[in-house]
Design a protein around this ligand. Structure first.
Ligand SMILES: [Zn+2]
Length: 353
C-alpha cells in the first residue's frame, strides 16, 4: 500500500447553533456566495422557506432556483444538475437524507461547493463525502464530495421526530465497534489503520457518550450528537474510506437492507447491531449498554418490530456485504458467537421479536 497522497478536504463553513437557519444568508455572505440554488426535502419549503428566503434577501444573495427533492434516481439527478444556471456559485441542501444526497451529487457534477443543512441527525451522511442514490432501482452509496459548509440549527433538529434522534445516537455509538473491527483487521494483516482518523473517530464518540443529559432533546446533548457525527464524517475523509465509521455493525445493517421485509432507519439497525457486536468483540459493551439504555434507544428500538430471524440471517450475510474487509464477522467462529449472543442476551431477546 505504502504512502498515499489523497487530498483531504474539510468543511470551511461549520456552524452548529440554535437559530442559525435565520442567519444562513449572513453565513454564506461571509464566504462570498452571491448566487445559489436550494434543494429542499419534501414539504420543507413551506416549513422553513420563509426564514431562509428572508435571510438570503437581507444578505443580498440571489436564489436562482429552488426544488423539492423526492426522486434520487441517478438519471434524474444528473439530468436536473445540467439544467441549473451556470451562474450558480453554491448548491444548498436543506432536509433529511434525499435533499442532501441530490444536492451533494449535483455539486460534484457541476464542480460547485455544497452546503449541507441537515434538518435531522439520523446518521453521519450530512458530513461525509458519500451520497446515496438510486441506481437501477437499488439504493447505492456513491463517492461524491465533502460539504464545503455544514450549517445545523439546533432548534430545527430538536423538533425532528424522535426516531431520527435515536438513529443518530445508534450511528454514533457504532464508531466504538467500528474502531475495534478496524484494529482487528490490521492485526490480522488486512489493512493499515489511519492513526489520525482513528483518533478523531474515537474522540468524537467518547465526547458524546460522556455528556450528561436530561432528555435527548436537551440543547447540549443535541449539539454533542451533531458535532460528533460531523467529526466522524471527517474521519472518513482523512482515512480515505469508511472504515473508521463503519464496521461489522454496519455490515449487519446493510445486509438487513437487502432482504428485510421491513428495513428500519440506518442508525436504529446499526445501534442494535453495535450492541451485539460490542459483546462479540468483548469491548466496551458496558458503555454502549449504558448510553443506549439511558437515552431510551432500547425502549424505542423495541417498538419498531425488528426480528431475531432477520438478525440471524444478517449475521451470515454480513461478510458478503464487503468481501474485501476483515471484520469480526468475516470469521466463522465470531459469527457463531454472534448467533449465540443474539439468542441468549436478555436485552436483545427483549428488543427483537
Ligand atoms: Zn452509519
Amino acid at each position: 500500500m505504502g504512502a498515499d497522497n489523497h487530498q483531504i478536504v474539510v468543511p470551511s463553513l461549520l456552524d452548529v447553533r440554535k437559530g442559525n437557519l435565520a442567519e444562513i444568508g449572513r453565513l454564506l455572505g461571509r464566504h462570498q456566495f452571491k448566487k445559489v440554488v436550494i434543494f429542499f426535502g419534501m414539504g420543507l419549503t413551506d416549513m422553513l422557506g420563509e426564514k431562509v428566503f428572508a435571510s438570503m434577501k437581507e444578505a443580498g444573495i440571489d436564489i436562482l432556483e429552488t426544488k423539492e427533492v423526492s426522486d434520487i434516481d441517478i438519471d434524474s439527478v444528473v439530468d436536473h444538475a445540467f439544467q441549473l444556471p451556470f451562474q450558480t456559485e453554491a448548491v444548498i441542501g436543506i432536509g433529511g437524507g434525499k435533499a442532501l444526497d441530490a444536492a451533494k451529487y449535483t455539486a460534484l457534477l457541476r464542480k460547485w461547493p455544497f452546503i449541507s443543512v441537515p434538518t435531522s441527525t439520523s446518521n453521519d451522511g450530512f458530513s461525509s463525502s458519500n451520497t446515496s442514490l438510486t441506481i437501477h432501482g437499488r439504493r447505492i452509496s456513491v463517492h461524491a464530495k465533502m460539504p464545503y459548509g455544514i450549517l445545523i440549527d439546533i432548534d430545527v433538529v430538536k423538533n425532528a421526530p424522535e426516531c431520527f434522534i435515536y438513529s443518530g445516537v445508534g450511528d454514533l455509538v457504532s464508531k466504538i465497534t467500528a474502531a475495534e473491527d478496524w484494529i482487528f483487521e490490521e492485526q490480522n494483516g488486512h489493512t493499515r489503520v489511519d492513526d489520525c482518523a482513528l483518533m478523531l473517530s474515537k474522540k468524537a464518540v467518547n465526547s458524546f457518550v460522556r455528556t450528561d443529559f436530561g432528555t435527548i432533546r436537551d440543547d447540549l446533548f443535541l449539539k454533542e450528537l451533531v458535532d460528533s457525527l460531523t467529526m466522524a464524517g471527517i474521519s472518513m475523509e482523512i482515512a480515505g474510506n469508511s472504515a473508521p465509521t463503519s464496521g461489522s455493525e454496519h455490515l449487519i445493517s446493510h445486509a438487513l437492507d437487502t432482504f428485510s421485509s421491513k428495513p428500519q432507519l440506518h442508525g436504529i439497525q446499526v445501534g442494535v447491531a453495535s450492541y451485539l457486536m460490542s459483546k462479540v468483540q468483548n469491548h466496551r459493551y458496558e458503555r454502549i449498554t449504558k448510553v443506549l439504555q439511558d437515552t431510551g434507544f432500547f425502549t424505542f428500538a423495541k417498538t419498531v418490530g425488528m426480528t431475531m430471524a432477520d438478525f440471524d440471517m444478517a449475521i451470515d450475510r454480513a461478510p458478503e456485504m464487503k468481501p474485501m474487509r476483515y471484520t469480526f464477522l468475516h470469521v466463522a467462529n465470531y459469527r457463531e458467537l454472534a448467533h449465540q449472543i443474539l439468542h441468549d442476551d436478555p436485552i436483545l431477546k427483549d428488543i427483537l421479536a
